[in-house]
Design a protein around this ligand. Structure first.
Ligand code: ARG
Length: 449
């Protein structure tokens, strides 16, 4: 067991740790995701200690210069950190090697408990920004596609049965609004993750004259967390993030399911580009939508990460608990899965070929235009229930025995009229759709404030 392994708390210990216990507790490789944030947190803390007179100016500058070199050094030589339990320890060890005893001054007025919470929050804030941007990119693709196919008819389904004709543009805009809610959830969450735990120390604050407002400001938070115990006990921000990521994956999974179904021979609505398809090792004719299936499958893991987090947290007492360490691998995994999946679904749809002829052919099948006929009767003053029954009977009799309805089928009941005449807010008609598209275009220009 190397000496490094006990560096952070060597004083009261005379034996090294059991090997399995050591391996079980080590989080260094997962922690590497937080490398930049850890360094940023330490630099902000150092600068603050300097301002507060707990470090001389010169000491602060020496420490900051050394801290700035650590991240490139680790990236270049990852084996440097293989003997460390976690990233906090690794950085401190490297700092000792670089500046000697001065390194020991850095840990005044903080503990690993507030450090890890701060680095995690900082990481999440940054990740939220990049995922929100990825959502915007995907929404832009959806708007472009919707505009291109704004008036191309396709069947609208309920219970997976033909219900009422819609347009492909209208259908694609449905995805836009799903994603818009995800974007808003991120925006809302960013406001909640916006207070800084640093300086809470172990759980009770510190007797040293530190200035938490300064570190909070420097790290881009709005304020320090008001209660030091809450600051180290809180992992709501991880639960919130995992819920948001699970919801995004659930959305992408539903879109993927449509991609899978719509690209079957039976539907034949779309063909995926070669770049997003796979073949079979035995059947030369095969063209499989593997990436849509993988997103559908992997969404299960991300949903699982959220439930794991909720279960992990539910009975934990206040204060730091080592259980918290379990929040990070799922957080990193969920975020990168979400990011890749957004890129993939966006790529699959933007390069797919849509068979608009086939969609149109199916759009009016299954008597899916007859609600429009019942509505035309309502305009004549007939109660909707009565109209519904009359049209239903006529459908059941294979369109016979009611000449007035035969006529209406030729006017309001055609595929075109049926789509066109729906102009209530959010409907498929030209005016409505134009409004919806405009709204989507305005929204897309909004960035996280
Ligand atoms: N690896 C730990 C975590 O992720 C870092 C904090 C450790 N703090 C402690 N007191 N053991 O939560």
């Amino acid at each position: 067991m190397s000496e490094v392994k006990n560096k952070l708390w060597g004083g009261a210990f005379s034996k090294s740790m059991n090997e399995t216990a050591w391996r079980f507790g080590q989080s260094i490789y997962s922690d590497l995701n937080l490398l930049q944030e850890e360094i940023d947190v330490s630099i902000a803390h150092t600068r603050m200690l300097g301002k507060c007179g707990l470090l001389s100016n010169e000491e602060a500058i020496t420490l900051i210069t050394a801290l700035e070199k650590i991240s490139p050094a680790i990236l270049e030589q990852p084996e440097l950190i293989s003997q460390s339990e976690d990233l906090h320890g690794a950085i401190e060890t490297m700092l000792f090697e670089s500046v000697g005893e001065l390194a020991g001054k850095l840990h005044a007025g903080r503990s690993r408990n507030d450090q890890i919470a701060t680095a995690s929050k900082l990481w999440l804030k940054r990740k939220y920004f990049s995922i929100a941007q990825e959502i915007r990119r995907f929404q832009k693709v959806l708007i472009e596609l919707a505009e291109k196919h704004l008036h191309d008819p396709m069947p609208g389904y309920t219970h997976q049965q033909p219900a009422q004709p819609v347009t492909l543009g209208f259908h694609l805009l449905t995805y836009f609004w799903m994603l818009e809610r995800d974007w808003k959830r991120i925006e809302a969450s960013l406001k909640i993750v916006d207070d800084c735990p640093l300086g809470a120390a172990a759980l009770a604050g510190t007797s040293l004259p530190i200035e938490r407002n300064q570190t909070s400001l420097e790290l881009g938070f709005s304020r320090p967390m008001p209660n030091a115990s809450d600051a180290v006990s809180d992992r709501d921000f991880v639960s919130d993030a995992l819920h948001i990521f699970a919801t995004i994956m659930q959305h992408l999974s539903r879109i993927s399911q449509e991609i899978v179904v719509f690209s079957t021979n039976e539907f034949g609505y779309l063909k995926l580009d070669d770049a997003f398809s796979t073949g079979s090792s035995i059947m030369p004719q095969k063209r499989n939508p593997d990436f849509a299936e993988l997103i559908r499958g992997r969404s299960a893991r991300v949903i699982g990460h959220w439930t794991a987090q909720m279960s992990m947290m539910k009975a934990l007492p206040l204060g730091y608990n080592r259980d918290f360490q379990e929040d990070k691998p799922p957080l990193f995994d969920s975020a990168s899965t979400v990011q890749d999946s957004l890129v993939l679904v966006s790529g699959m749809l933007s390069t797919a070929t849509f068979n608009t002829e086939r969609m149109k052919e199916n759009a009016s099948k299954g008597d899916s235009t007859v609600t429009a006929i019942a509505e035309a009767l309502v305009l004549q003053g007939i109660p909707f229930r009565k109209a519904h029954e009359r049209v239903g009977l006529w459908v059941q009799n294979d369109h016979s025995g009611d000449p007035e309805l035969d006529k209406l089928l030729e006017t309001v009941g055609t595929l075109e009229a049926c789509i066109e005449n729906r102009n209530s807010i959010g409907a498929t008609g030209k005016t409505s759709l134009a409004n919806q598209l405009n709204l989507a275009k305005q929204i897309i220009t909004k960035e996280i404030s």
